[in-house]
Design a binder for this molecule. Structure first.
Ligand code: HEC
Ligand code: HEC
Length: 166
């Protein structure tokens, strides 16, 4: 008696496993397909970027932004009257670890290396503007260490001659 109950529950367990596995797999596959992206283009554009853009590629841009706080920005259309927004551009530079505070990854050790993907992305105004908005927000935020090094809040026009947002 006991063993047959066990057998039945085992059989139920196995069949429910089976049932779960098939649609489960199907769901996973369809989750990773594009349709979700199409339904909500703007917010997911940045999420999409985060998922697909390897960290090294973003690291290159991060280095570019950080340098643009103490030397002439290397964007396509730099502000001709650019001057450093830092209190002390020599000894008080903003550094990776002012914003990347988790300590799990030592961001300061990620080298600056330009990849073919950077060449493509720097022409993608939507992607670049999205990335920079987040970056500038954290730069001016009271919650991170960079703000204390600024003599004035940074805006897009600190570095760009005209509004660069698409
Ligand atoms: C002013 C704040 C700030 C500074 C300074 C900064 N970052 Fe970032 N960084 C960010 C923000 C915000 C993001 C998230 C942007 C995103 O992924 O859309 C980010 C994302 C990244 C990523 C991508 C992480 C991932 O999971 O894909 C890398 C890599 C990175 N930063 C490296 C660096 C390096 C290297 C430096 C120094 C040269 C640096 N960052 C300096 C704010 C900053
Ligand atoms: C501290 C300087 C700095 C600030 C502030 C800044 N940018 Fe940039 N931006 C850069 C640099 C440097 C690049 C070039 C990155 C590359 O191509 O390697 C760039 C590139 C871009 C590009 C790609 C086209 C181009 O001109 O190279 C866009 C779009 C852009 N930024 C938008 C923005 C927006 C929107 C803001 C404000 C939320 C902003 N940026 C704030 C320095 C800055």
């Amino acid at each position: 008696m006991r063993s047959s109950v066990l057998l039945i529950s085992l059989a139920l367990l196995l069949s429910s496993c089976n049932q779960n596995m098939q649609p489960g797999n199907g769901e996973l596959l369809s989750d990773s397909k594009p349709p979700a992206k199409a339904s909500n283009p703007r917010p997911l554009a940045s999420e999409d970027g985060e998922m697909k853009i390897p960290p090294f590629v973003k690291a290159y841009f991060m280095h570019q932004f950080v340098e643009a706080l103490y030397s002439t920005p290397k964007n396509f259309n730099p502000n001709p009257d650019w001057s450093s927004p830092l209190k002390d551009p020599e000894n008080g530079r903003v550094w990776c670890t002012d914003c990347h505070v988790s300590g799990q990854v030592d961001f300061a050790k990620i080298p600056k290396r330009k990849m073919p993907m950077n060449e493509d992305l720097e022409k993608n105004k939507g992607f670049m503007a999205d990335l920079m908005k987040k970056w500038v927000a954290r730069l001016n935020s009271d919650d991170f260490g960079a703000k204390g090094k600024l003599k004035q809040p940074v805006t897009c026009l600190t570095c760009h001659a005209t509004n660069p947002a698409p």
